[in-house]
Design a binder for this molecule. Structure first.
Ligand code: TXA
Ligand code: MG
Length: 316
């Protein structure tokens, strides 16, 4: 059920329900961080293993401070620069945050989202909200209320329109005095380094040593997906399939034998491409295409974030 009535959403949360929530990145599946049965229901609804921890969404830096034992200096610098916004910080948790939320990790993931409706909602509540992306485990992240509705028709979703960033937050950890990139996201690495200098990149952990959520397979459509710098070359090897090609900037040949051509950003803007990538995948998935061939984006800025999502969507 989609609603634009923030009061209904607030009441549902006070009752201990799980609701769909707009953020500037993707829609979240939200519940009261301090209500363990509601938190359990998030894991069940998403069919997410309880070993994979949840991000906590707060209204202010002060509310974040109450959830952590320590706020490292560089973390504070970044929070002041990018919050509210699409950056998640992994900080040593205070005991008020349950082990269920952090999947027994000693650290908790926190961010202040910048979507105005969600900030308004957080300010109306006296508890933070856990909110993983509102997709079943390993499926494509939702960037509209309708996407959430199609996954979870029986929950209330607050309609905040299409998400502005369209990809999840950038996740950062802190080790000694170093800042560590754990997930490429809506704030490009270059912008983070502009504030704290060079950071370590740990987004490519091996499957064994991977943090929860760094698993190779994720964000998957139902059909096959290939990511390549050469879509036409890949197409030439495909026979008897309904194929869609997703181009970054321009369709290379109009008359080729494909079911659909999509363009992520006619002006070649990486932020626009990031904004559209999940919604294009949702649309193609619903059309019953057999194979999606996506042109790999330039490997810098948000191109790295989109390529990361595509590589995981392509993983078997
Ligand atoms: O933009 C976003 O971050 C969206 C919106 C809704 O805020 N949320 C989101 O949540 O992407 P989720 O659960 O789909 O992805 C969060 C990632 C997961 O891979 C999880 O494993 C990781 O963050 N994570 C959460 N808590 C963690 C922790 N304490 N330590 C390490 N990783 C953590
Ligand atoms: Mg997710």
């Amino acid at each position: 059920m989609i609603t634009s009535d923030i009061k209904i959403i607030r009441e549902r949360l006070l009752e201990g329900d799980v609701i769909g929530l707009p953020t500037e990145t993707v829609y979240g599946l939200a519940a009261n961080v301090f209500n363990s049965s509601a938190v359990k229901r998030i894991f069940e609804t998403k069919q997410r293993p309880t070993t994979n921890p949840l991000i906590v969404h707060v209204a202010s830096i002060n509310q974040a401070r109450a959830l952590v034992k320590k706020f490292p200096e560089k973390a504070l610098l970044l929070a002041k620069e990018f919050w509210p916004g699409p950056m998640t910080l992994i900080l040593p948790k205070h005991q008020t945050v349950s082990d269920l939320v952090t999947a027994n990790h000693t650290r908790v993931a926190i961010r202040i989202p910048s979507h105005p409706l969600t900030l308004q909602l957080l300010n109306l509540l006296d508890f933070p909200l856990v909110a993983p992306s509102a997709n079943p485990y390993n499926r494509i992240s939702p960037t509209t209320a309708e996407h959430v509705e199609s996954y979870f028709p029986s929950i209330y979703t607050l309609d905040g329109g299409p998400c502005q960033s369209g990809v999840e937050s950038t996740i950062l950890g802190f080790e000694d005095d170093e800042v560590v990139l754990l997930r490429h996201g809506a704030i490009p690495i270059e912008a983070i380094e502009g504030v704290v200098g060079r950071i370590l990149n740990r987004t490519h952990s091996s499957q064994e040593g991977a943090l929860p959520g760094q698993h190779k397979k994720h964000y998957s459509p139902n059909c096959d997906l290939i990511v390549t710098y050469e879509p036409l070359f890949m197409l030439s090897a495909v026979k008897n399939k309904r194929v869609a090609i997703v181009w970054f900037q321009t369709i290379q040949i109009e008359s080729i034998d494909v079911e659909v051509n999509k363009v992520l950003s006619p002006s070649g803007d990486l932020a626009e491409a990031a904004q559209h990538i999940f919604s294009v995948l949702h649309e193609l998935d619903q059309m019953g295409i057999d194979m999606i061939i996506v042109e790999r984006l330039p490997a810098h800025g948000l191109g790295l974030t989109v390529n990361d999502r595509l590589d995981r969507a392509a993983a078997k």
